[in-house]
Design a protein around this ligand. Structure first.
Ligand code: SAM
Ligand code: SF4
Ligand code: SF4
Length: 334
């Protein structure tokens, strides 16, 4: 295992497979920034499935066992199940998950599961159709996302997790509705504090609803008891409904940051690695990969990036990266 300057191990890798998305959630890809003129990565700058597989193999050699596919919207990448099958064939990879907006999941869940995908997280900020269209800023029915969630369950991609970003004025009045829609289904809603990631969402502390406030709101309807994390260092706080109808999670990235537990590295669609969600720059692996670097040379680059890592942005909002342009969430995938 490689360790950074705060003794954190490199354990999981998030792979962004595209910087494109068919939704325009205002906290991530606001429509006025990601408009018709926005320039996306050209195809030849995006890693091929073979290149991603090779990198995953190198990371597995360094002790990484968990992979999460993300984006942009990962299901916009054609034949994603072929990538899943390649990643699943790598020795040492024990868990493959995907984060998706669920818009085409109903169509793909079966093939993804057959290819070796273990779990899926579906992002969903509202369950009523009008609010959903507003939150995702798109003309798309929430029913199709809900069908996708059902299809994921039927395909065994369980437990299905639902990621709900909570933002004041967006969906803070609908938390009970969202929790209620999934109580008793086996799906786990995880409420996420709205983060100051990227430079395009005009984040303000006043728009954040804290994890404590979220828990108090849900517990006001259905009493909750705190439960133990699934494993040491899990970043989500878990709460069980006292009446036995399941659990929710809250991710307090802003109010109670957890940088001390941060064991993730992010690979962007164009093949750079980022050690923090709030990074201002990454380290290119595509160049060396395409110019014939050996596995040992790639290991050397990755190891030195991780060993030098000292990010703890959320614990130190006054730190050096404040004010510099940060990488966008849709680019490195959350
Ligand atoms: N398009 C896919 C989706 O939405 O699930 C995958 C990529 S998306 C960038 C990954 C996750 O980041 C989503 O769950 C999304 O809600 C979350 N996210 C994006 N911007 C965020 C922000 N400013 N604060 C908190 N979470 C954010
Ligand atoms: Fe797209 Fe996901 Fe960002 Fe929403 S959160 S705009 S679905 S990438
Ligand atoms: Fe990890 Fe950076 Fe988030 Fe802290 S702020 S938990 S170091 S990604």
């Amino acid at each position: 295992m490689v360790r950074d300057t705060y003794d954190r191990e490199l354990r999981d890798l998030r792979v962004s497979v595209t910087d494109r998305c068919n939704f325009r959630c205002a906290y991530c890809m606001p429509r006025d920034v990601y408009d018709r003129d926005h320039v996306y990565l050209p195809r030849d700058e995006i890693l091929t499935f073979e290149e991603i597989e090779r990198l995953v193999r190198v990371f597995a050699g360094l002790g990484v066992a968990k992979i999460r596919l993300t984006g942009g919207e990962p299901l916009l990448r054609h034949d994603l199940e072929k990538l899943v099958a390649k990643v699943a064939s790598v020795d040492g990879i024990a868990d493959i998950a995907m984060t998706t907006n669920g818009s085409t999941l109903a169509r793909h869940a079966g093939a993804l599961a057959d290819a070796g995908l273990d779990r899926v997280t579906v992002s969903l900020d509202a369950v009523d159709d009008t609010s959903f269209r507003g939150a995702a800023d798109v003309d798309f029915p929430v029913a199709r996302v809900l069908e996708g969630i059902d299809a994921a369950k039927d395909a065994g991609l369980t437990p299905v997790k639902i990621n709900t970003v909570v933002r004041k004025g967006l969906n803070d009045d609908a938390l009970v509705d969202i929790a209620g829609a999934f109580r008793g289904t086996g799906h786990i809603v995880r409420f996420i504090e709205y983060m100051d990631v990227g430079s395009s969402n005009d984040w303000k502390m006043g728009d954040v609803v804290t994890a404590d406030e979220i828990v108090a709101t849900i517990a006001g309807e259905w009493p909750l008891d705190a439960i133990e994390p699934n494993y040491p260092g899990e970043v989500v706080s878990r709460w069980r409904y006292r009446d036995g109808l399941g659990e929710i999670g809250v991710i307090s990235s802003v109010s109670k940051p957890f940088c001390g537990e941060c064991t993730r590295l992010r690979l962007s669609a164009d093949g750079s690695i980022y050690t923090c969600l709030f990074a201002t720059r990454g380290t290119d692996l595509r160049g060396p990969l395409r110019s014939g670097a050996t596995d040992e040379e790639l290991v050397e680059i990755i190891t030195s990036v991780w060993q030098e890592r000292s990010d703890r942005y959320s614990e130190d909002r006054t730190g050096v990266s404040v004010g510099l342009p940060k990488v966008e969430m849709s680019f490195i995938g959350g």
